[in-house]
Design a protein around this ligand. Structure first.
Ligand SMILES: [Zn+2]
Length: 135
């Protein structure tokens, strides 16, 4: 399924994240002063308030922190997708992001399972990072 364009939601802070998805790369911010990663994108480091944040490619590997199976939706674009799995993923770099789990049945999910990122679906001109069980 392809999602509608999100161009109207982009700004200077989040655009690099979406641009990287065109090359199937998952990028997060890294502070070169206190050496921590952060997500979601912000102008300043939320750990030390430095503006020395830069974009780095994440490994794309992490663990499932939590999830919810959506069986009913009122969002027209998602109507054909139910049931789908909304997931909180803890990346190896120490940041948490919200995404979808795919390629897995609800009954096989468990908190702490190892996952890795895939880029299969389009959101307008960008790709949607989703996660699958790690092999
Ligand atoms: Zn910092």
């Amino acid at each position: 399924m392809n999602y509608p364009s999100i161009t109207h939601l982009l700004n200077d802070e989040n655009k690099p994240y979406f641009e990287a998805t065109k090359d199937q790369k998952l990028v997060i911010q890294y502070c070169s002063v206190c050496h921590t990663h952060q997500f979601y994108p912000r102008v300043l480091c939320m750990n030390c308030f430095s503006d020395a944040v830069q974009w780095v490619e994440a490994s794309g590997k992490g663990k499932l922190y939590s999830y919810s199976v959506v069986k009913k939706t009122f969002i027209p674009e998602y109507k054909d997708k139910v049931p789908y799995i909304v997931a909180l993923i803890d990346l190896e770099e120490g940041v948490r992001l919200m995404s979808h789990m795919v390629d897995i049945d609800e009954g096989d999910l468990f908190v702490g399972m190892e996952v890795s990122v895939v880029f299969r679906e389009q959101i307008g001109e960008y790709k949607l990072p989703q996660f699958v069980p790690a092999k």
